[in-house]
Design a protein around this ligand. Structure first.
Ligand SMILES: NC(=O)c1ccc[n+]([C@@H]2O[C@H](COP(=O)([O-])OP(=O)(O)OC[C@H]3O[C@@H](n4cnc5c(N)ncnc54)[C@H](OP(=O)(O)O)[C@@H]3O)[C@@H](O)[C@H]2O)c1
Length: 331
């Protein structure tokens, strides 16, 4: 397929039992409304994907695999070549891409790019559904949802929690936030991506889930990389350390539920590992890093937080207390 004539017109693609579609976003009570709409999409639903980075291409492939006629646009058209070869239609402008489908998915590098693409085509987006799968802050998600509402655009915010290779597979996980009726209405089409998980009516909530999980991942990954830097500096072959690295990083998930329990019950005593003990361990890590002329800034930052807790007489508290400590911002 290489022409827009293959895509049903808007009138043809609007499901007949989708009443009040364009009104949903303007209904102030919508965030508390829980009644899902009936499945409204035919098996093949025209979809537009704005953005053809690695993730945009993976989303496109998943939609095509599920049999959805998919139109794509990318700032650099050449990057859509693989999608076009797989059956997608290449639009020559965001406006043309938007007009090709009721359901428009945007996936580019950040919200600045999203806004640069969608704001100029607000008129074409009016009455359609924009699903923004770009990661950013909860505040920005809510602001964009507000802009969409002002412009009569139905809006869902999403956060993709898996790498490109998992999209469209049982390992996929994508958080969606916004009007639940709107989510249910488009779920049959979005199910092509796999792992759809509705997290709430607040359009910032997918980002509110995404950010702490990314925090855990990136902080964890930074620790992994820092540990290997230390190993190299100490003359340890990273390959020799690898099996033990897997063992020790594999311990962290075992603490998740216990950490949550301690936070919920505010049970910070009687632990096997205290704040004082962690502070001593971090001190050895930071000292060894500095002896090897490595950056110890991230380790020292955590150490400083623990030191404040020790000075406040909480050195014997369990590591369950750490989450509270991050919330105690000093003047
Ligand atoms: N890749 C992953 O494994 C993964 C996993 C989970 C979530 N995500 C999320 O998915 C989103 C996209 O990630 P990605 O990996 O596909 O690649 P990316 O490098 O984050 O984004 C590349 C895309 O952004 C476009 N872009 C950048 N600046 C632009 C601008 N000013 N105007 C218009 N388009 C612009 C690029 O267009 P050009 O081709 O023209 O440069 C390209 O389509 C991000 O929010 C990311 O956090 C990605």
């Amino acid at each position: 397929m290489n022409s827009f004539t293959a895509v049903p017109s808007r009138a043809e693609s609007v499901p007949r039992d989708f009443p009040e579609h364009s009104k949903i976003a303007r209904d102030k009570s919508r965030w508390s409304r829980a009644t899902p709409l009936r499945g409204i999409h035919s098996v093949a639903t025209p979809i537009t994907v704005l953005g053809q980075g690695p993730m945009g291409r993976a989303l496109t492939q998943a939609f095509l695999t599920a049999g959805h006629p998919t139109t794509v646009w990318n700032r650099t058209a050449a990057k859509a070549a693989g999608s076009v070869a797989a059956g997608a239609i290449l639009a020559d402008s965001p406006g043309a891409a938007v007009e090709a489908a009721e359901l428009v998915v945007v996936n580019v590098i950040d919200y600045d790019a999203v806004e640069a693409i969608v704001r100029p085509v607000a008129t074409q987006l009016k009455g359609r559904t924009l699903v923004n799968l770009v990661a950013d802050t909860p505040c920005r998600a809510r602001r964009l949802a507000g802009w969409a509402e002002e412009n009569g655009i139905d809006y869902l915010d999403g956060a993709i929690m898996v790498p490109t290779t998992a999209v469209g597979t049982p390992e996929s996980l994508i958080f969606y936030a916004g009007d639940e009726r709107l989510y249910q209405a488009h779920k049959p089409a979005l199910d092509a991506l796999g792992g759809g998980t509705y997290v709430g009516a607040d359009p910032g909530r997918a980002a509110s889930m995404d950010v702490p999980l990314l925090d855990m991942f990136f902080h964890g990954y930074a620790g992994l990389a820092h540990g290997f830097a230390l190993a190299k500096a100490e003359g340890i072959d990273p390959a020799d350390l690898a099996p033990y690295a897997k063992m020790i990083t594999g311990l962290v998930p075992q603490f998740v539920e216990e950490h949550v329990r301690r936070m919920q019950e505010q049970d910070y005593g009687d632990d096997l590992s205290s704040i004082r003990s962690m502070a001593a361990g971090l001190s050895h890590i930071a000292d060894t890093a500095e002896e090897n002329r490595l950056d110890a800034g991230s380790v020292r930052a955590v150490q400083a937080i623990l030191r404040r807790a020790i000075e406040a007489g909480r050195g014997d508290d369990s590591l369950g207390k750490l989450t509270d400590l991050f919330g105690e911002v000093t003047a």
